[in-house]
Write a protein that binds this ligand. Structure first.
Ligand SMILES: Nc1nc2c(ncn2[C@@H]2O[C@H](COP(=O)(O)OP(=O)(O)OP(=O)(O)O)[C@@H](O)[C@H]2O)c(=O)[nH]1
Ligand SMILES: [Mg+2]
Length: 373
């Protein structure tokens, strides 16, 4: 009996010890878990976040310039196809009477070709169709292309000057135009084109109206390794332009691109400012090129702007942007006539290399033939 009591007491002690140990282990585990977990987390995350910031921006290699208009022709054709298709359909009518010719005229006017050139194209086309007595679609297509080519003035020099007129220092290219037309984008894209051709480029952020303008230009510059001269918001644009040309001269840059503001409190103020920017630059030498940047989708408004800028800035070339979004390719013809200077570059998209030298032949082929051939 005594033994039984001893065994019972011993069994209770052993059971109590085993249960006690088991609880002790679980309690210490559950205590240590939440302490350990957060201690590890930041160590893992910290280097992950630091990685992308540490990577230096890569210098891009711009696409070659030759043949860009041909590469981008589908964009041009997509937006302007109505013009070519419409004209060819009309010329294929059973009877080419006055009504049909009136419609040809309306189609051209509707594509922003402008009255003077529309009249010229229709008169000559009419004459030639009559003289040749032809109704062959291929022949009509050829005649239409020839007349559109003639009013686009293929003889004009469309090269962008990259040599200084005085023979010394960098060639200065001044970019002007209303707000949103694409000046800053064009500066960035022209810099890419020039760098692709092996030239050294410096840019001047003479749009001091908005702080973001200089940043936008710097982003373009950093992508291709072009330095940007800038000052704070509200600084004198003419002195920024002067400093940019000075820096370009000292650093032996081939070209200095000067971006300007498109919006000020009023139009007269903008024009005065542009005049001053140009005069101040010219203290160091003549401007090689003043490019007027126009948004092709603005139609008649764009022509009015061209007139105003033309009076103040002595524009030497036109950059027509957003031709990808316009079904009115005829603006090329109208704006050249308005200013008497050639369209030199066209923008056909928002991409960094969607700026093409304007070529009359490729342009006419694209709007008459469409994208298929
Ligand atoms: N689709 C299309 N968009 C374009 C083209 N060129 C410029 N853009 C767009 O037009 C917008 C305005 O371009 P910016 O270069 O900032 O115009 P800006 O003349 O410098 O404007 P401000 O500095 O306000 O005077 C941007 O969103 C560009 O991406 C083009 O050829 N096609
Ligand atoms: Mg701008």
């Amino acid at each position: 009996m005594d033994n039984l009591w001893i065994w019972l007491v011993a069994a209770v002690v052993v059971i109590a010890a085993v249960v006690g140990i088991a609880f002790g282990v679980r309690a210490s585990r559950s205590k240590s878990e939440p302490v350990e977990a957060p201690a590890e987390e930041p160590q893992v995350e910290a280097p992950k976040e630091a990685e992308p910031q540490a990577a230096a921006p890569a210098i891009e290699t711009p696409e070659p310039v030759a043949g860009r208009l041909v590469r981008l022709r589908s964009r041009l054709a997509r937006s302007n196809n109505a013009l070519g298709k419409g004209l060819l359909a009309l010329l294929a009518s059973d009877k080419l009477d006055d009504d049909v010719w009136d419609e040809v005229e309306e189609t051209l006017l509707g594509a922003d070709v402008g009255m003077a050139d529309t009249t010229a194209v229709v008169e000559r086309l009419r004459e030639r169709v009559k003289v040749l007595g032809t109704r062959d679609p291929e022949e009509l297509r050829r005649l239409l292309k020839a007349e559109l080519t003639a009013v686009l003035r293929p003889e004009l020099d469309r090269s962008v000057a990259t040599a200084p007129p005085s023979g010394e220092g960098p060639a200065v290219i001044l970019m002007v135009g209303v707000n949103g037309s694409g000046k800053t984008t064009t500066c960035g894209r022209v810099a890419r084109v020039l760098i692709a051709e092996g030239k050294t480029v410096l840019m001047g952020a003479a749009d001091t109206f908005r702080a973001a303008a200089a940043e936008q230009l710097e982003t373009w510059g950093s992508r291709v390794g072009a330095k940007v001269v800038r000052r704070g918001e509200g600084a004198d644009p003419a002195s920024v332009a002067f400093d940019a040309v000075k820096a370009g001269t000292e650093e032996g840059a081939d070209v200095v691109l000067v971006d300007t503001a498109g919006r000020l409190q009023n139009k007269a103020g903008l024009m005065d400012e542009l005049g001053k920017v140009k005069r101040v630059i010219e203290k160091q030498g003549p401007v090689a090129e003043t490019l007027l940047v126009l948004d092709a989708t603005t139609g008649q408004n764009g022509l009015q702007q061209a007139k105003v800028f033309g009076e103040v800035c002595d524009v030497t070339g036109i950059v027509l942007t957003k031709l990808d979004g316009s079904a009115k390719g005829g603006i090329v013809i109208a704006v050249q006539r308005q200013l008497g200077v050639p369209v030199k570059l066209v923008g056909l998209g928002e991409g960094p290399d969607d700026l093409a030298p304007f070529e009359v032949g490729a342009f006419v082929d694209a709007i008459v033939d469409g994208a298929e051939s």
